[in-house]
Design a protein around this ligand. Structure first.
Ligand SMILES: [Fe+2]
Ligand SMILES: [Fe+2]
Ligand SMILES: [Fe+2]
Length: 527
C-alpha cells in the first residue's frame, strides 16, 4: 500500500464513519460501517468479525459493540468467543492471538485466533480497544500497521464523541425528569397525611396503569397517567386534620368539606403543559360519575377525562379492599361485584370491562405493594403470567423461598431485570434505560421493606445480615446511577451482570433460609 493511497483511504474512511456518527448513536452500526470499508482493502486480511471493548474501573473490559459475533447476553459465557479476553494496552496497533474455547459434544475444543488490536483514547486516556479478527497467518507490512494505528486515532475521536453524546443525552433527560419528579413528590406528600405508607397511592397508580393498558390507551397516555395519578388527592392538603384524620364516618357537613379536595387540587395544579393539565383533570374529576351523579361538577360520560375515569375505578377498588379506621376491608368477590354493578352508573362501562380483563394483573399489584406484615404461611393463588421471550435471568423453583408473597415479589424483580435486558438489547435508549432502572431501584426498596417487616415480626435471627445485604444493594444501585453518567456505554452492561448475580445469589443463599419462618409458624410451641 502506497502512502498516498493510505492517506486517501483513511480520509475516505473517516468521512464515511463520521457520517454514521452524526446520524446514529449506535456503535454496532459504526462497526458495520468500519467492516464494509475494510473489506474494500483486501491487502489487509481482516475477517468479518470484531468488537469494541471499553475499560472499566471495576471489572475486566466490557464489550460494548460487536460485528459477526453474538452479544454477550445472547450466548452463555462458555460459548462466548471473547470470554475473559484481556490484552495489555498498547499505543500502536498490534497483533495478538486469543485462544477460543468452544464446547462441542461435551468436550472443550480449543483453537487459536489472530486478532488485530487498535487502541482507543479519550482525552489522552486509554478508553478501550477495537478487536479485528484477521487471517491466521497474516503478517502486516510496516505501512499497513501504520495505517491501522492511524485508523485507531480516527476511531478514538469518533467513539469518544459517541460517549460524549450519550452522556449529554442522559443529562438532558435528567433535567426533564427533575420536573416530573417534583410533581410526583407533591402527590406523595399529600398522601402521607392520611395514609402512613403511601402504599395506597402506589397500588392505585399501578392498578390505574393496568386498567389503561387493558383499555388499549396509548403508551404515551399511560406514561403520563403513571406520573400524574399519584396526585389525584393532592387537594387533601387543604382539608383540616379534624376531618381528614377523623376515625369515624363523616357527617354530611364534613363530607361536603371533604369533597372540596377535588377543587382545591384543581386550583393547585395550574399550568398549561400536558403533565400539569392531565394531573389537574385527574385531581378535579376522579370523583365524577359516568351517570352525572358525582362531584364536584356533576359532569357525565365522555365529558369526564378518560384518565380520571380510569383512576376512579382504581381508587375505589383499592380503598374498598383495604382496612380504614372506619371500615374493614371488603373481600375480593364483594369488591369486584360492586364495581361491576356500578358499570354505567358510577363507572365508565369500557373501563369496568378493562378492569375485569386486567384483574389478574391487579391482584398481583396488590400483593407486590402490600403494607401489612406478610404471613409466611399465606397461600396466594395468582393466575400464571404469560412466558416472556427474552430472559436474562430465569426463575426456577429452586429459588422458591416457600413463602408465596415473597416468591411473587422475587419473580417481579426478575421481570424488571428482564425488562432492562430488553431495553439494552433492543437499544431502546437512555430514557427507557433510566425509567426501568428507577422502577427497579424503587421496587427493590419496597420489597426489602416488606421482607424486613416480616423478619422483624417473627424475630428472624438473620435479620441483620439481610438488612446489610439489602443496604449494600441499594448503595450499589446509586453508584451505578453515577457511573451511568461517566460512561453509559459500559455501565449498562455492568448493571445487568451485577443485578443477575446479586439477585440470584441473595435469594439462593439468604432469602431461601426464610423458609424457617414457615416451619416456625406451623409448628406449635412445645416448651
Ligand atoms: Fe379523592
Ligand atoms: Fe428478597
Ligand atoms: Fe432479602
Amino acid at each position: 500500500m502506497h502512502n498516498n493511497d493510505k492517506l486517501l483511504e483513511i480520509s475516505k474512511l473517516v468521512f464515511e464513519l463520521t457520517m454514521v456518527g452524526s446520524t446514529d448513536n449506535d456503535l454496532d452500526v459504526l462497526l458495520e460501517q468500519l467492516f464494509s470499508v475494510l473489506q474494500k482493502l483486501p491487502t489487509l486480511q481482516i475477517q468479518s468479525k470484531g468488537a469494541i471493548l471499553m475499560f472499566s474501573p471495576r471489572s475486566k473490559p466490557v464489550r460494548v459493540a460487536q460485528y459477526g459475533l453474538k452479544p454477550f447476553w445472547a450466548t452463555d459465557e462458555k460459548h462466548d468467543e471473547l470470554n475473559g479476553f484481556a490484552h495489555p494496552f498498547n499505543e500502536q496497533a498490534t497483533l495478538a492471538t486469543i485462544s477460543i474455547h468452544t464446547p462441542s459434544y461435551g468436550q472443550q475444543q480449543s483453537s487459536v485466533q489472530q486478532v488485530c488490536i487498535l487502541p482507543l483514547y479519550a482525552n489522552q486516556q486509554p478508553l478501550g480497544q477495537v478487536l479485528l479478527f484477521t487471517a491466521q497467518d497474516w503478517v502486516p507490512s510496516g505501512n499497513e500497521l501504520e495505517f491501522l494505528t492511524d485508523l485507531s486515532h480516527a476511531l478514538s475521536s469518533i467513539i469518544s464523541r459517541f460517549l460524549l453524546n450519550a452522556t449529554l443525552r442522559l443529562r438532558e433527560i435528567e433535567l426533564e425528569d427533575a420536573r416530573t419528579e417534583a410533581i410526583r413528590r407533591l402527590g406523595t406528600a399529600s398522601e402521607y397525611r392520611d395514609n402512613e405508607t403511601g402504599m395506597h397511592v402506589m397500588r392505585m397508580t399501578n392498578i390505574a396503569g393496568a386498567i389503561a393498558k387493558a383499555m388499549g390507551l396509548s403508551e404515551d397516555q399511560r406514561e403520563i397517567l403513571l406520573i400524574t395519578a399519584p396526585m389525584h388527592d393532592v387537594g387533601k392538603i387543604g382539608i383540616a386534620d379534624a376531618i381528614l384524620l377523623k376515625p369515624d364516618r363523616l357527617t354530611t357537613d364534613e363530607f361536603d368539606i371533604m369533597k372540596t379536595h377535588t377543587e382545591i387540587g384543581g386550583r393547585l395544579l395550574k399550568g398549561s403543559d400536558t403533565l400539569i393539565a392531565t394531573a389537574r383533570d385527574i385531581a378535579l374529576c376522579h370523583h365524577e360519575n359516568w351517570d352525572g351523579s358525582g362531584y364536584p361538577k356533576g359532569i357525565s360520560g365522555e365529558d369526564i377525562p378518560v384518565l380520571a375515569r380510569v383512576c376512579s375505578i382504581a381508587d375505589v377498588f383499592d380503598a374498598l379492599m383495604s382496612n380504614r379506621p372506619y371500615k374493614d376491608a371488603w373481600a375480593l368477590e364483594r369488591t369486584v361485584a360492586y364495581i361491576k354493578t356500578e358499570s354505567g352508573k358510577k363507572f365508565d362501562p369500557a373501563a369496568v370491562n378493562a378492569f375485569d380483563k386486567a384483574l389478574p394483573e391487579i391482584l398481583r399489584i396488590r400483593e407486590l405493594y402490600r403494607e401489612d406484615v406478610i404471613d409466611p404461611t399465606e397461600v396466594v393463588n395468582l393466575p400464571e403470567l404469560p412466558v416472556r421471550e427474552t430472559r436474562w435471568i430465569c426463575w426456577d423453583e429452586s429459588l422458591s423461598v416457600g413463602i408465596a408473597v415473597i416468591d411473587e415479589h422475587h419473580r417481579y424483580l426478575f421481570d424488571l431485570v428482564n425488562d432492562l435486558i430488553d431495553v439494552v438489547a433492543n437499544k431502546m435508549g437512555a430514557r427507557e434505560l433510566g425509567r426501568v432502572l428507577k422502577a427497579l431501584g424503587q421496587y427493590a426498596q419496597i420489597h426489602f421493606q416488606a421482607e424486613e417487616r416480616m423478619m422483624q415480626q417473627y424475630n428472624y435471627p438473620r435479620l441483620d445480615i439481610q438488612v446489610t445485604q439489602h443496604q449494600h444493594f441499594l448503595t450499589r444501585m446509586k453508584e451505578f446511577n453515577e457511573e451511568l453518567h461517566q460512561n453509559p456505554l459500559i455501565a449498562q452492561f455492568e448493571i445487568l451482570v451485577y443485578l443477575r448475580d446479586w439477585l440470584v445469589a441473595h435469594i439462593r443463599d439468604e432469602d431461601t433460609q426464610l423458609s424457617a419462618l414457615v416451619w416456625q409458624a406451623t409448628t406449635p410451641y412445645r416448651g
